[in-house]
Write a protein that binds this ligand. Structure first.
Ligand code: B3K
Ligand code: ZN
Length: 898
């Protein structure tokens, strides 16, 4: 399984069309865990648009070659090798039949065909199909598939594949079969099969044009009571895509299958989506509000791929963001519409804030390190390493900018043209951009730079008010900061940045906006400036008083805005900005600035203090009943430690932790009464409801609880948390209470209440793997103390009978949680965290390179840390570099060390 070959760099510039095309594929599987025989009959012909070669080169990995036949006659000139199968001097147009064997039982990579919990599953994106049979395993080769599955009827009563069920029946020796046909041409990465003991929640619904559709959510029998929310999310997704984009489900049947061993969230295989159980299974006792929201988002995401990804797919993997950026944008809009409808801007804003927080924390960090790459990368060693925050989240921001520029209607026109031109094709990001440009009568040549330049743009803002002339000028300058070298190479010129702006008067209301040259003020108080030069000045006229600018409203572009607001101005924006996103943003700026100053002091041992005005600004949000609870929770949550550390000239996780804790304690003590009142007021008695309102109440209440635990005397918080733990009727409240108990206990070197709750939690949910994942994660991310470093708990938990390195969810719950979500403990000065990290990356590398490579990424920003930590990080990276065998991990650590 290990790939020891020297890593080859694949380049976008080297793209060439395939020498052959495959029009139809008939697959026959004899499913046996240790030895599955696959017979693959293909109709193959030369590609008229490619240069002529005499040999057919098929990709194949970890396959045992059995036989080849052309047009029914055995073919002798077939040579199987490490990377596939070479067929010499083949005809122009022929039927090729190949037989090979694979071993799903031993496949721990979870790529290709594998066994999980005794059932068979597949994962083919990006290059897993070649682990099932020899093929032109690239997305620009599209074929129609017929699939016959044969297996023991007792062990595998359910046999599923893409498309429609053609036939099923019994065979001799207790075996049975099912034959499926997918009427749509598709690339091999969308192939899927599932076989095993599963049951389904079913629903028949009528689509927009009146056709009946069968929807199924397949799970293991004991999980059937956790499928309702996924089904509802699927039905809502169908309706939404019909209404918002006029896109209807094109198959008679749509299936979702849950599997507990899965490398990522879910996979959009045509008509047969395969999901990590984490993004399917939910009921109030086992899943948090966040889980419910994530399930809705991921079900939507995979469903939306049916058009953006499957009907129109990618020409090559460099175009990955064509489907991923667009589909993330679609799922974000879907969630926002589900939360607030099209009109409720405040409710939509909470979703926007959550998305931007992820982008800034994760994608901006990616841009600042050795893995920085454009939305459309130029090269890769292992494509699985490029399913990144940049391709997905920045890619989504790039799509969102079209909508910001052209409005919802203009965006819809562009989408319609895109499907009209490219339905059934494998295309590029340029094709998408051209469709948007042509539908809106615009030249978007400059916009192409968003796809080809890496790094986070910085926009500096200068403003000037001329009272006599009543003119207000805003000068914008764009540049990239001190970007990573890999990013710098790609930067060629200024971007087209849609820069949304409003001007706020002394009374807190928006001022009318009239740009120089316009005859009258526009009727909207937010304008999108098209900022296209390196430096550009926009002048507003008839501005009666000096305004306060509200910049980059609703985060209209994925950039960093630099403007010298005073603390008072930020407090004013936090209280008054009509743009809910920027209200939140003002609070974040205020907090970030204070926290960074404090972290700087903590690093040099200077005593910490916090100005009352900052406390007052937060107090106003806490007690402002006109704001939704969900918004208040977001506004009162301080920027994360990882984000803050990344903002420092030299990242110092210990200093950031000290500063953030200091501020939390200060806010807790100063506002104790308010936190208590909020805690009481936002309880949600009665039956659990998964609505955005109810989840907003729970979020704010649980935030209050966590602040109360910071009090100098946390006894009251411990009492509240214990009671909440015992009486909770839902996982959101129960896990929040447990987390608070753990953190309160860390300050006191351990507590009975915390230990009892932890033990109870385990006993109560022993049979629910997804909840046991939470049990591991809560302990891995808990606060530590000098007497009780968290690494010791983590090491102990590695030996717990429920721990299993082969299950990605479990590995993530303990190891990733500690290494990536507990910076203060992971970056312990003695280097213990790094040594642990190296051992785990190496152990995972031998089991599952994709998961190992994700973990490997947690040290990539090592050069930006304080010197005291850097050496330990480098040593750990070098150890991994000397021992890891997979292409996946090698690419990450070699780029980090380069
Ligand atoms: N397209 C898949 C991701 C496949 C990852 C391969 N390493 C899920 C998604 O983005 O919808
Ligand atoms: Zn996707």
């Amino acid at each position: 399984m290990a790939d020891t070959a020297t890593p080859n760099v694949i380049r976008r510039a080297d793209y060439a069309p395939p020498a052959f095309l495959i029009d139809t594929v008939a697959l026959e599987f004899d499913l046996v865990p240790e030895r599955t025989v696959v017979r693959n009959t293909m109709r193959v012909r030369r590609n008229p648009d490619a240069s002529r070669t005499s040999n057919l080169e098929l990709m194949g990995e970890q396959l045992e070659f059995v036989s080849a036949a052309i047009d029914g006659a055995a073919f002798a000139s077939a040579h199987a090798h490490e990377h596939g199968l070479t067929l010499k001097n083949v005809p122009d147009d022929f039927e090729l039949t190949l037989t090979s064997i694979c071993n799903p039982a031993e496949n721990t990579t979870l790529s290709g065909l594998y066994v999980s919990g005794g059932n068979f599953f597949t994962q083919c994106e990006a290059e897993g199909f070649r682990r099932i049979t020899y093929f032109l395993d690239r997305p620009d080769v599209m074929a129609t598939f017929t699939v016959t599955l044969r297996a023991s009827k007792a062990d595998y009563p359910v046999l599923l594949s893409n498309g429609n069920l053609l036939a099923e029946g019994d065979l001799p020796d207790g075996r049975h079969f099912a034959r499926w046909e997918d009427p749509f041409r598709k690339p091999s990465y969308l192939f899927a099969l599932v076989a095993g003991k599963l049951v389904a929640l079913e629903e028949r619904v009528t689509s927009g044009s009146g056709k009946e559709k069968l929807l199924q959510v397949w799970v293991e029998p004991h999980d059937l009571d956790k499928t309702r929310h996924a089904m509802d999310s699927l039905i809502n997704s169908m309706r939404w895509d019909e209404q918002r984009f006029g896109l209807e489900l094109d198959l008679d049947r749509f299936m979702i299958v849950a599997v507990s061993d899965f490398n990522m969230g879910a996979m959009e295989n045509k008509g047969l989506n395969i999901f990590n159980t984490k993004y399917v299974l939910a009921n109030p006792e086992t899943a948090t509000d966040t889980d419910f929201a994530n399930i809705e988002a991921v079900v939507g995401h995979e469903y939306f791929h049916n058009w953006t990804g499957n009907r129109v797919t990618c020409r090559d993997w460099f175009q990955l963001s064509l489907k991923e950026g667009l589909t993330v944008f679609r799922d974000q809009e879907f969630s926002a519409d589900m939360a607030g409808g099209a009109a409720d801007e405040a409710a939509r804003a909470t979703k926007r804030i959550e998305d931007v927080r992820v982008l800034r924390q994760m994608q901006f960090a990616e841009d600042a390190g050795p893995m920085a790459h454009p939305v459309r990368p130029e090269s890769y060693v292992e494509i699985n390493n490029f399913y990144t925050m940049t391709v997905y989240e920045k890619g989504s921001e790039v799509v969102r900018m079209y909508q910001t520029l052209f409005g919802r209607d203009g965006f819809r026109k562009g989408m319609d043209l895109y499907f009209k031109r490219h339905d059934g094709q494998a295309v590029t990001c340029d094709d998408f951009r051209h469709a948007l440009a042509d539908a809106n009568g615009r030249d978007l040549a400059q916009f192409e730079r968003w796809y080809s330049q890496a790094g986070t743009p910085r926009v500096s803002v200068r403003t000037r008010y001329d009272a006599a002339q009543q003119r207000y000028s805003v000068t914008l300058t764009q540049a990239y900061g001190d970007a990573a070298p890999s990013a710098r190479e790609t930067q060629k010129g200024p971007l087209l940045i849609p820069f949304a702006i409003g001007l706020i008067g002394n009374d807190g209301h928006d001022l009318p906006l009239q740009l120089e040259g316009e005859s009258k003020a526009s009727d909207v108080t937010t304008r999108v400036l098209e900022f296209t030069q390196t430096e550009q000045t926009f002048t507003f006229v008839n501005v009666a008083q000096e305004p306060l600018p509200s910049l980059l409203r609703n985060f209209s572009a994925p950039v960093i805005v630099e403007y010298d607001y005073s603390a008072d101005q930020l407090a004013f924006l936090l209280a008054h900005d009509s743009d809910p996103f920027n209200r939140w943003e003002a609070g974040q700026r205020l907090a970030t600035r204070e926290l960074l100053t404090l972290a700087g002091r903590a690093a040099t041992g200077v005593p910490l203090q916090l100005d009352d005005s900052v406390v007052d600004a937060f107090a106003r949000v806490l007690t402002d009943e006109t704001l939704s609870p969900a918004f208040r929770e977001l506004a009162l949550m301080l920027p994360s430690e990882a984000y803050l550390a990344e903002q420092m000239a030299e990242s110092n996780p210990a200093a950031v932790h000290a500063a953030r804790q200091f501020v939390r304690k200060r806010l807790a003590n100063a506002l104790r009464k308010d936190w208590l009142a909020v805690y009481e007021k936002h309880r949600t008695p009665g039956a659990y409801e998964a609505t955005p309102e109810a989840s907003g109440h729970r979020a704010l209440k649980n935030l209050a609880l966590s602040y109360l635990a910071e009090l100098d005397d946390p006894a009251e918080a411990v009492r509240l948390a214990s009671a909440q733990y015992d009486t909770a009727n839902n996982m959101t409240d129960r896990s929040a209470a447990l987390s608070t108990l753990l953190n309160a206990s860390a300050a006191n070197g351990g507590s009975v209440e915390a230990q009892e709750a932890l033990d109870d939690f385990y006993r109560r949910f022993e049979k629910e793997p997804l909840v046991i994942d939470k049990w591991f994660a809560l302990q891995a991310t808990q606060r530590g103390s000098a007497q009780r470093p968290v690494i010791e708990t983590v090491r102990k938990l590695m030996a717990h009978p429920a721990f299993n390195l082969k299950n990605p969810n479990r590995a993530r719950s303990l190891i990733f949680s500690f290494c990536a979500a507990n910076p203060a403990q992971f970056h312990a000065e003695d280097g213990s965290g790094y040594a642990f990290w190296a051992d785990q990356v190496i152990a995972l590398d031998a089991i599952n390179p994709q998961v190992a490579a994700r973990l490997a990424r947690s040290l990539e920003l090592w050069r930006r840390f304080t010197p005291a930590l850097r050496d330990g990080m480098r040593a750990a990276l070098e150890k991994v570099a000397s021992q890891a065998k997979s292409r996946d991990v090698r690419e990450i650590v070699e780029k980090a060390l380069a």
